[in-house]
Write a protein that binds this ligand. Structure first.
Ligand code: DON
Length: 573
């Protein structure tokens, strides 16, 4: 080869390498997740660094916590598709500085065609998988209406063009997936193929690997429609037609009327004080606020501090309070727009005192119900939470989900997203446990347009009128107890936020009647003492994934993502 030819060859070779490299690793692939961050200005903590970046960019352009959290949620629908979504729903708490904290319920609802016994066979037994996979498992999605209502009501910029562009770019250019995402996609590959008889971006020949490019052009188009047209871009027109077609092809029951009538609802949060802290959390149809209040109020006068952190005595009291509150959850809680839930009574001092008096300091109670829920291991990476505090001191706390990983696994082919399997959060039959081992009663039975009971617990804690802690988590039934433990770790045990989030967790949910422990949690002595009090213990790998921000008395913010999710990311402005 002459020198010239050599050079030409070399240039072509280098150009080829560059093109291949660019295809495999778009610019946005250079992300590293960071679990702890501090800032004097603003903080975003979410389940993926690329989504956090979208939020920070919006804040940097003058957006407030709501503009940013809406941008983060649309981005999570792209980069964290197991839980970030436009095909699901969720809950948000917002505390605008100097104003009342408000709650937004954008939970999915049962379609008009839903009936109480829709998941039972002719003998009245639940049909396996019907409420968890495929078209019948889906509730009517609420995320798009919820996010847009939040933007419209409380956003500073209120600019769909600005807040959604980050998500649209990520969907149309693609992004390099993390190891965590690759593992999840491989795990569900056969479900994706069985439930969807066509090619779509989540199926590929061979295994997914870290760094593979995930491009979602049809999702980009749908997001663009929403950006241009607002809620109509999702609940009407092409996207709605694609959802209805998916339903028609798969014996589902969501129809245009369901989509047209979907409305997120603004609500008054559950609010109470705990040892000088003012706590706001989610009202029904999430059980989060009520159960959290009951447990904390039972524990408030008890000497947890002197009994010590994670001793048998303190874990016994916490577990017994949890047992009692989760029994209430199963018995009385459901969508209060459809069922008369005695909320005031359940949260009254008298009632909570009687719950406390029912606890024996020495012995575990027994949880009695006719059906005993099976033990199950909870490895919780589905669902996702975002916490934000902005420069003005506004805080937003939002939990959203498709329920299971990638929801029903049913993909809306023409519109580019997964639909939820949230119908499983209803009580499909009294006493029959759902995916999280939770049972329910009449209060949470299925009815058209009713919202299924949730455990999502987006929470904002204030001290002396200033934000103190913004937090929440995924984790099914363990969400509430994880939020509880981080709160106790900070307010009772004086841990810093990182210690409070990282500390191992325990959980009792009435049924199954056992304390669930993260692997290796509690000393051998504490375990033996708990067993001697009559507790059953069962280990699981992980419980819930907290994303939290703490603001100290000087206004300094610390954001913490949970080491339990490799992709969790905290970053300040
Ligand atoms: O609303 C609920 O309580 C459940 N659908 C949440 C699911 C969840 O957190 C899954 N993640 N582990």
């Amino acid at each position: 080869m002459t020198n010239d030819k050599h050079l030409i060859f070399l240039s072509f070779f280098l150009a080829f390498i560059l093109i291949v490299a660019c295809r495999q690793a778009p610019k946005n692939s250079q992300y590293i997740s960071q679990k702890v961050a501090t800032s004097d200005k603003a903080m975003v903590v979410a389940a993926h660094p690329l989504a956090v970046k979208v939020g920070l960019d919006i804040l940097a352009q003058g957006g407030n916590a709501i503009d940013a959290i809406v941008g983060v949620q649309f981005a999570l629908a792209v980069v964290y598709p197991r839980a970030g979504n436009i095909g699901g729903g969720g809950f948000m708490l917002y505390d605008e500085k100097g104003k009342q904290t408000t709650a937004l319920d954008f939970r999915e609802k049962a379609p008009f065609g839903a009936t109480k016994n829709m998941y039972l066979d002719s003998l009245g037994n639940p049909i396996t998988g019907l409420s968890t996979k495929g078209a019948l498992a889906s509730g009517v999605p609420g995320s798009v209406d919820g996010l847009l209502q939040a933007l419209e009501k409380y956003g500073k910029l209120k600019d769909r063009q600005l807040v959604m562009q980050g998500a649209i770019d990520l969907a149309s250019n693609g992004f390099a997936i993390s190891q965590n995402e690759a593992d999840r996609l491989n795990k569900y590959a056969s479900d994706f193929k069985t439930l969807n008889n066509f090619d779509f971006p989540f199926v590929k020949d061979g295994d997914w690997k870290k760094g593979d490019l995930l491009k979602q052009s049809l999702l980009a188009k749908t997001l663009q429609k929403i950006q241009d047209e607002g809620r109509k871009g999702f609940y009407e027109g092409d996207c709605a037609a694609a959802i209805i077609q998916t339903m028609a092809d798969n014996k589902g029951i969501i129809v245009q009327r369901d989509l047209t009538r979907y409305q997120a609802k603004w609500k008054t949060p559950i609010q109470f004080s705990f040892r000088g802290y003012d706590i706001s959390s989610m009202p029904l149809p999430s059980s989060g606020g009520i159960v959290l209040q009951q447990i904390l109020k039972i524990l408030e006068p008890l000497p947890l501090d002197s009994l010590g952190f994670q001793t048998a005595e303190s874990i016994h009291l916490i577990s017994e309070a949890e047992r009692s509150a989760y029994e209430n959850r199963a018995t009385y809680l459901g969508d209060s727009d459809f069922y008369n839930v005695p909320v005031e009574l359940l949260l009254s001092e008298e009632y909570i005192t009687s719950m406390r008096d029912g606890i024996d300091r020495e012995k575990a109670q027994k949880s009695n119900a006719e059906t005993v829920a099976p033990s199950q291991t909870l490895e919780s990476f589905q669902t996702t939470h975002t916490s934000i505090i902005d420069e003005q001191g506004n805080s937003a706390s939002l939990t959203t989900t498709l329920n299971s990983n990638y929801g029903s696994k049913l993909y809306v082919r023409e519109a580019g997203f997964f639909l939820n399997n949230e119908m499983d959060d209803f009580s499909v039959k009294p006493g029959v446990p759902n995916t999280y081992g939770l049972i329910g009663a009449k209060a949470n039975e299925i009815a058209p347009e009713k919202r299924m009971l949730s455990s999502m617990t987006p929470t904002i804690v204030k001290k002396d009128g200033e934000p103190y802690l913004v937090l929440g988590a995924p984790g099914g039934s363990t969400i509430i107890t994880a939020v509880l433990q981080v709160l106790l770790n900070k307010t009772v045990y004086g841990q810093n936020l990182e210690e409070a989030v990282n500390a191992c967790r325990t959980h009792h949910q009435w049924l199954p009647d056992r304390i669930l422990l993260e692997e290796g949690c509690l000393s051998v002595e504490a375990r033996n003492a708990l067993k001697a009090k009559g507790h059953q213990l069962e280990e699981t790998k992980y419980m819930a994934i907290i994303k939290a921000i703490h603001r100290d008395a000087d206004g300094r913010l610390t954001g913490v993502g949970d080491p339990r999710n490799p992709d969790d990311h905290a970053q300040g402005l």
